[in-house]
Unconditional design. Structure first.
Length: 481
């Protein structure tokens, strides 16, 4: 065993295992051979020299007066030949020459050593590569079997399962393959890395390589959803007011995102701004479609209604419903998309709360610059009801409110419930401004006083005003002091 240290060094270099692992493997092999020869390895002791140049094998035996088991016991007389200080009950180590082991025992030892080294090798490889989960790795196409692509990664083998392959991609032998490691599995010969090119984290890793603002946390990716080979939606946000997160990810003239698209073999990518306001986020998520309005129909169940122009409807839905499906997953809301014509047939008044109105007009010009003055401008009003009110002369909000309070609105085709729904929207959305606020203080006070006092004809009791000199009923003349 003089060449043992050299053999151990070769094992360490070839297999990448530790010195302790090799020592453990050799000891296991020797004990396996020992057991095969003597029937037990409980009393076998293996000792290595400090430089690992040699190894010694010993049988640990108990000194007795009358041997019953020669494998584990030794007569006192025989023990005294090895050491003068022996006594009955002591334990003594007796050197064993491994060359005396049976041939079958040697084969058993070799098999145990081989198995031990392989297990140690696999264990080390597994520990080393388990840290690579979530990392991007590059390899080369090796072969294909049952739709699965096997990738040469150097020391280990990678497999790109069919379910993790994009429908856009076709590979030939020796093609370069970039993928993300999603799992590590032990095999009989080592370990196997499970790769993916469909995982949203793969897109995230590619984007992070292209956008330095993501590395320094100026820009963050809120969420990525994907239907591999077709479309990916990326919601981003900025931690600095002066940095546009979408612009940072897209790059000047789209250079950055084009590099990502090329890596994904032309897959469509929508980069959009995350907004904590669900109404605005839903609008953004349905891009590239332009959304006119969004109503939160059930906040608890996270259900929303998005209204788009007829020309934007197919774009908002997407091929086979893909665009709205991805928007649902991105926002974690159930989004129902309707055209303006379809929405006109629905009663949306129940969703038009003040909060919804503020969200809807969040990006509109200042209210003072464009005040709402007509019923048809109000959010959530049934379009058909608004049209009938307009035809009957009640489109002006102030006119409508005054007439509603007087109970004088009678329009064919409009029920009282529908009128009450419109009035509810007006009260929720419109802020009424008192015109008297601009009058001089003394004039306004006079007006209030005049409105508070009532005057009657002294002859017949008919109600009159300060500007009259004659009763309109009885003709009596009078003047006010």
């Amino acid at each position: 065993m003089s060449d043992m240290s050299e053999a151990i060094r070769e094992l360490i270099e070839e297999k990448g295992v530790s010195v302790e692992s090799v020592k453990q493997t050799v000891e296991t092999a020797i004990k396996a051979a020992y057991k095969k020869t003597f029937g037990t390895s409980d009393n076998c002791e293996v000792q290595f020299t400090e430089d690992l140049s040699d190894v010694s094998v010993y049988s640990k035996k108990v000194i007795v007066d009358g041997v019953y088991d020669p494998v584990t016991e030794i007569e006192l007389e025989d023990a005294l030949k090895m050491s003068d200080e022996c006594e009955v009950g002591d334990e003594i180590l007796i050197l064993v020459d491994p060359k005396t082991f049976e041939r079958s025992a040697v084969s058993t030892g070799k098999q145990a050593a081989h198995q031990g080294l392989n297990e140690s090798f696999r264990s080390n490889l597994l520990a080393e590569n388990r840290e690579k989960v979530g990392e991007i790795i590059i390899g080369y196409y090796q072969r294909e079997h049952n739709g699965n692509i096997y990738v040469d990664l150097g020391k280990v083998e990678g497999v790109l399962p069919k379910k993790y392959q994009s429908s856009r991609e076709v590979y030939q032998k020796n093609d370069r393959i970039k993928a993300i490691v999603v799992d590590v599995k032990p095999t009989s010969s080592g370990v196997q890395l499970i790769l993916s090119r469909t995982d949203p984290k793969f897109v995230q890793s590619i984007v992070e390589l292209e956008v330095p603002e993501l590395e320094d946390k100026t820009v963050e990716i809120f969420k990525i959803v994907r239907e591999a080979g077709y479309r990916t939606k990326i919601a981003v946000l900025s931690n600095k007011e002066d940095v546009d997160p979408v612009g940072a990810c897209v790059g000047l003239k789209g250079v950055r995102i084009q590099n990502v698209i090329r890596e994904l073999e032309g897959e469509k990518i929508d980069v959009l701004r995350y907004d904590p306001n669900p109404v605005e986020f839903i609008k953004n998520a349905l891009s590239p479609a332009e959304v006119e309005k969004v109503f939160i129909t059930d906040e608890e169940k996270k259900q929303a209604l998005a209204i788009v122009n007829e020309s934007q409807f197919s774009l908002a839905i997407g091929k086979s419903g893909m665009n709205v499906r991805l928007a649902n997953r991105l926002c974690d809301w159930s989004i129902d998309v309707k055209t303006e014509e379809q929405a006109a047939e629905m009663d949306l008044s129940q969703f038009a709360t003040r909060r919804a109105a503020e969200n809807l007009f969040n990006n509109e010009p200042d209210v003072e610059g464009e005040p709402i003055s007509t019923i048809s401008e109000l959010p959530g009003v049934n379009a058909q009801v608004a049209e009938k009110l307009k035809a009957a002369g009640f489109d002006d909000i102030q006119t409508f409110v005054d007439s509603f309070e007087e109970g004088s609105i009678k329009v064919e085709g409009i029920t009282q419930e529908e009128l009450e729904a419109v009035n509810s929207i007006v009260r929720d959305v419109v802020e009424f401004v008192d015109d008297d606020s601009e009058k001089p203080e003394d004039e306004a006070a006079q007006t209030v006083q005049e409105e508070e006092e009532e005057y009657f004809c002294p002859e017949c009791g008919e109600k009159i005003t300060l500007d009259m000199t004659k009763c309109p009923k009885c003709g009596a003349e009078f003047e006010f002091e």
